[in-house]
Ligand binder design. Structure first.
Ligand SMILES: CC(C)(COP(=O)(O)OP(=O)(O)OC[C@H]1O[C@@H](n2cnc3c(N)ncnc32)[C@H](O)[C@@H]1OP(=O)(O)O)[C@@H](O)C(=O)NCCC(=O)NCCS
Length: 170
């Protein structure tokens, strides 16, 4: 796959396969560690669950991951699109699934060289070539400027955080 948009002058973006699952799990683990809102124990417990979920998603063609490789083949960044199920809607948004960008991570020594921006540009192209009218994501503080530069805007989503005791009863 050739780089679109703000591509760095090196490396390539390729589609991930099941062989990349250990890398994708490691990157997602480090993403949560860097974001800093979950304990290491919670993130480690999540690794196995994510790996199984991502594998099922790859097999079911609803999870598509992308890896940026440096010229020598070292994977320096990754990100993924999950085709998220949607409620029925009228008009142009009437699609059973909508792309959701997730698990964005760049190795610390490869940061600020456009790796994540390149991944985002490729994923936007992937979605637009398939006719999707919109892409969703949730941004970390570190990721927000990259998405804003790529044209992402805040939408009208609202949420209510429920106390833990209510959540446990479900
Ligand atoms: C957020 C994260 C993925 C960004 O990765 P990155 O590869 O460093 O991102 P980029 O290089 O594309 O952009 C970062 C900066 O490099 C600059 N940059 C340097 N060369 C660039 C190029 N050729 N093209 C585009 N941007 C370039 C950008 O201007 C940008 O500047 P900013 O700091 O003002 O935003 C990375 O910091 C990370 O993994 N953080 C921890 C996990 C996380 O928060 N993930 C995001 C979840 S939403």
């Amino acid at each position: 796959m050739r780089g679109a948009g703000p591509a760095p002058a090196w490396g390539r973006v390729r589609r991930a396969t099941e062989r990349d699952l250990p890398l994708l799990v490691r990157h997602r683990h480090r993403m949560f560690s860097d974001i800093g809102r979950r304990t290491e124990r919670e993130i480690t417990a999540h690794d196995r669950v994510y790996r199984a979920w991502a594998r099922r998603g790859m097999r079911g063609r609803r999870f598509f991951a992308f890896v940026v490789e440096a010229p020598q083949g070292r994977a320096v960044g990754s990100g993924a699109i999950w085709l998220q199920p949607q409620q029925p809607r009228p008009g142009r948004l009437a699609r059973p699934t909508m792309p959701y960008i997730m698990s964005m991570y760049t190795e610390p020594d490869a940061r600020s060289r456009g790796v994540a921006s390149w991944l985002v540009a490729e994923m936007v192209r992937w979605a637009s070539e398939r006719g999707y009218p919109r892409i969703f994501l949730h941004a970390s503080a570190m990721g927000r400027p990259i998405y804003q530069r790529a044209g992402f805007e805040n939408g009208n989503e609202m949420r209510l955080e429920l106390p833990d005791r209510v959540r446990r009863r479900r």
